[in-house]
Design a binder for this molecule. Structure first.
Ligand SMILES: Cc1cc2nc3c(=O)[nH]c(=O)nc-3n(C[C@H](O)[C@H](O)[C@H](O)COP(=O)(O)O)c2cc1C
Length: 222
């Protein structure tokens, strides 16, 4: 499973136009079981929703040219400390899991219709939605910072650290900012993210990617 998730990390790119084919019953069941697992493990209230009406805002439909978005994860949870980061972490898992199962995704914190989505998931903090479906294309690799721009290691960096950084640089971040810094010493790793409206979510996504790339058993977060 980990190897397939790593592969998915390399293949995943944002796709904003879907072909209109609905998710099959099998695909829905596969995604729902992953959602249930994540909700249970991290005490979250993520839902997979299908709606005839598009959840996109006008900006999502026009400026971002979003098409045929009818299935989406709503990243929701209780409004507690660190909820953004926890939903970022779980959302990243869902993107890669979807990719692994032949589906494409589009993460949105801004270009969705908040009042429409909010009417479907009541009483929870909604930090983002992630459109999921059959993409018209597979998307393209985002422009990326270099490992030197985002990381440093005291002494010679071990292979697991370099693999973790490579994985972190593949992570989707809001506006592709990649505003994170990862430092390492011995088996201790620190992750920080420049403060901003999406920094909590982005931090969770980057943490998830680093863990997958580095291998959780090789290091500890500090
Ligand atoms: C937290 C978060 C919020 C995002 N919000 C939007 C959004 O509102 N609208 C949009 O078109 N793309 C959005 N994106 C997609 C990013 O622009 C995209 O992930 C980034 O450019 C990197 O490209 P990639 O996903 O292909 O690697 C968001 C991504 C993240 C991680």
């Amino acid at each position: 499973m980990t190897e397939q998730m790593r592969q998915a990390m390399r293949e995943r790119h944002t796709v904003r136009q879907f072909d209109g084919t609905p998710l099959t019953d099998e695909e829905k069941a596969t995604l729902r079981s992953r959602v249930d697992e994540l909700n249970k493990t991290y005490d979250l209230s993520i839902q997979l929703i299908e709606s005839e009406k598009s959840p996109l805002s006008l900006l999502g439909k026009t400026l971002m040219s979003g098409k045929e978005v009818h299935s989406y994860f709503v990243l929701a949870g209780d409004n507690r400390e660190n909820i953004d980061e926890q939903l970022g972490y779980a959302g990243s898992d869902l993107c890669l899991y979807s990719q692994m199962n032949g589906l494409n995704t589009w993460w949105m914190a801004g270009t969705f219709n908040r009042s429409f989505v909010g009417s479907q998931v009541k009483g929870k903090k909604i930090v983002s939605i992630i459109a999921v479906g059959h993409g018209k294309t597979q998307g393209v690799q985002h422009k990326s910072k270099t490992p030197d721009q985002v990381s440093s290691y005291e002494g010679e960096a071990p292979e697991w650290f370099n693999n973790g950084i490579e994985a972190a640089l593949l992570a989707p971040t809001a506006l592709n900012k990649q505003n994170f810094t990862i430092t390492g010493k011995d088996n201790k790793v620190t992750l920080s993210y420049k403060s901003g409206p999406m920094s909590g979510i982005d931090k969770g996504i980057v943490r998830h990617h680093f863990e997958l790339g580095a291998g959780k058993d090789n290091f500890e977060w500090s």
